[in-house]
Design a protein around this ligand. Structure first.
Ligand SMILES: C[S@@+](CC[C@H](N)C(=O)[O-])C[C@H]1O[C@@H](n2cnc3c(N)ncnc32)[C@H](O)[C@@H]1O
Length: 381
């Protein structure tokens, strides 16, 4: 469905690739994933996200003791911003590794900001790069939609295991994934879009038969499936207002970036219960988001802990927004009900940077009645 935007993503990660968790075709991965990061418009989008920028800025400058006279590795430096801040905070040496040609712009920025004696920009994949020494700090902005889309944390883990000193610290140091029950008008909108696509198809089938003598109706089922996936089974990007949450959010995954493994993030599963706290409403779906923390390590804690939060907010929106998983049809819920959820998120077989998500949910009404479980599957594209 490339070219038809459902608001799911500003980046095109949707084309199938040979990449998977076992063997990634680097050329295809570069074409599908990295290429977008070589554009300044995309780096600018991230550099304009105030919540993101303030969190990283404060994490570095309020914890200068982690940087002063230290060796830092910036994994995926992009424009070089985190490397420049690390140098300004007193680092002795910063290795700023970037897979794309954005490395050239980063080098220019480093020079223009007078930190070229400290920051060395290296163009290449972190997986392939050799550094002359181990580092005290790894800083990286690796988070994708709902934390794990893009699978960039794999590269940070690889860098950590190869280059971080045993006493080293990770920036950020911890990450969490959240899910909340929500109400939204998006469900009706997407169902209308789907129905109008199917009406359009029926007219097309009739016209093709009348005008050209070929009956296309045998393809109706396939067209329906294609459009169901696109309109109803793909998660949506949205910045929700907190009053769209109809119950208490749950943490479904917590990660210590110093010890997390690729195995642990390849598949995320969780069983949890969401208490409904709004009366007579619809459960339009679930929203997923993340937060990360900058706490240093237990050996070497931060002086000032900083949080970067992408939860629904009335003022602080981020470019990550939230991922919305819509239920069709949306069940009616009441205050005091509970939604019992069994959740899983796995990497897509076609593209390890995209995710397949499954919710099996059961509504437990406040009266004690329990409705039969329903399973809904989604792609995060
Ligand atoms: C989300 S952007 C962050 C850019 C910059 N650090 C910032 O905070 O504005 C991630 C960057 O990491 C780069 N990247 C992703 N995986 C990488 C890898 N394995 N090796 C080197 N660079 C990588 C991308 O090309 C992209 O520029």
């Amino acid at each position: 469905m490339a070219g038809r935007s459902n608001g799911a993503s500003p980046m095109d990660l949707s084309s199938p690739s040979a990449a998977n968790s076992g063997g990634v075709d680097k050329g295809v991965d570069f074409a599908n994933y990295f290429c977008t990061y070589a554009f300044l418009y995309h780096q600018k989008e991230m550099l304009s996200d105030r919540v993101r920028m303030d969190a990283y800025f404060n994490s570095v400058f309020q914890n200068k003791h982690h940087f002063h006279n230290k060796v830092v590795l910036d994994v995926g430096t992009g424009s070089g911003i985190l490397a420049i801040w690390s140098a300004q905070a007193g680092a002795r040496k910063v290795y700023a590794v970037e897979a794309t040609k954005m490395a050239d712009h980063a080098r220019q920025l480093v020079e223009a900001n007078g930190v070229m004696d400290v920051v060395e920009v290296i163009e290449g994949s972190i997986e392939d790069v050799d550094l002359p020494e181990k580092v005290d700090v790894i800083i990286s902005e690796w988070m994708g939609y709902f934390l794990l889309r893009e699978s960039m944390f794999d590269s940070v883990i690889c860098a950590r295991d190869r280059w971080l000193k045993p006493t080293g610290v990770m920036y950020p140091s911890h990450a969490r994934m959240w899910i909340a029950p929500i109400r939204s008008g998006l469900g009706d909108q997407k169902m209308n879009d789907f129905e109008s696509a199917m009406n359009d198809w029926r007219n097309f089938v009739a016209d093709t038969d009348t005008n050209y003598g070929v009956n296309m109706n045998v393809l109706t089922k396939a067209y329906r499936e294609e459009n169901q996936k696109y309109f109803l089974k793909t998660s949506l990007w949205n910045n929700l207002h907190p009053n769209q949450m109809v119950g208490t959010p749950a943490i479904i995954k917590e990660m210590d970036c110093l010890t997390a493994t690729i195995e642990e993030i390849r598949e995320v599963t969780a069983n949890f219960s969401l208490g409904i706290n709004v009366d007579r409403t619809r459960l339009s779906g679930f929203a997923g988001w993340f937060d990360v923390h900058f706490r240093g390590s237990s050996q070497n804690p931060a002086m000032h802990e900083i949080e970067l939060n992408t939860a629904p907010s009335s003022e602080d929106c981020t470019h990550w927004g939230q991922q919305v998983f819509l239920l069709h049809p949306p069940p009616r819920v009441n205050e005091g009900d509970a939604v019992i959820v069994s959740f899983s998120m796995r990497r897509s077989k076609e593209n390890h940077r995209l995710m397949d998500v499954e919710f099996t949910y059961e509504l437990q009404q406040s009266t004690g009645k329990r409705l039969p479980p329903v399973t809904s599957k989604f792609s995060i594209e």
